[in-house]
Design a protein around this ligand. Structure first.
Ligand SMILES: Cc1cc2nc3c(=O)[nH]c(=O)nc-3n(C[C@H](O)[C@H](O)[C@H](O)COP(=O)(O)O)c2cc1C
Length: 187
């Protein structure tokens, strides 16, 4: 059976990062289960040239954000884990506080309670102490905080390459093999 991976796109800036992650995952054996928040629908339209239908077509299964009865709401539905990329402060806060009022935060809470991998690509800058405390809380309860900080050793002047490199590193941190990032080989 294919391993299921939940991918959430929330409404932080950087919708292209979530899209690139889905594009890379489409080349892997993972079965992707996608949640897009209403705010992410806006950022996809505002920040990218991808139609929403095109983003959804990259995933194997697409859920309604409000469907809190979807299979991924239950720990009995086995998954490899979940990524939220990009992750807004609002969604970070929901995850940190188990405020599972929608499918995104419920699925994330289930991922944590089942001891599965949860990674949040939290995107905000600058950060106030409240943001930092929310990230601390998520790290304490088992999540990985992966801010979308680019690697400058690639020396690229292409935003597209930077995005691909970041997406590859995000997946690597999830334990997903890929060749989309540049490995540092030393001096
Ligand atoms: C173009 C745009 C960029 C945004 N960038 C960010 C951001 O980088 N980080 C953030 O936390 N919120 C950002 N927001 C605000 C969130 O979309 C907003 O807080 C929303 O309620 C988040 O909802 P969600 O977490 O359910 O997706 C942005 C909104 C827009 C329209």
């Amino acid at each position: 059976m294919k391993q299921r991976l939940i991918v959430g796109l929330s409404g932080a800036s950087g919708a292209i990062l979530g899209i690139r992650v889905l594009e890379i995952l489409a080349k892997t054996p993972f079965e992707t289960h996608l949640i897009i928040s209403p705010a992410a629908e806006q950022t996809i339209a505002l920040e990218t040239d991808y139609p929403l239908s095109g983003v959804k077509a990259l995933a194997d299964v697409v859920y309604d954000y409000q469907d809190i009865g979807a299979p991924i709401c239950s720990g009995s539905f086995q998954t490899y884990g979940m990524l939220i990329v990009p992750c807004s402060v609002k969604t970070l806060s929901a995850v940190a506080n188990s405020y599972a009022a929608d499918l995104m935060s419920r699925a994330a809470d289930v991922t944590l309670k089942e001891g599965r991998k949860l990674l949040l690509v939290v995107r905000e800058t600058p950060l106030h102490l409240g943001h930092l405390r929310l990230m601390e809380r998520v790290a304490e309860i088992g999540g990985v905080i992966f801010p979308p900080v680019p690697a400058f050793y690639t020396k690229t002047d292409s935003v597209d390459e930077m995005v691909t490199n970041l997406a590859g590193r995000i997946l690597l941190r999830m334990g997903i093999e890929n060749k989309d990032f540049l490995e540092w080989k030393g001096k």
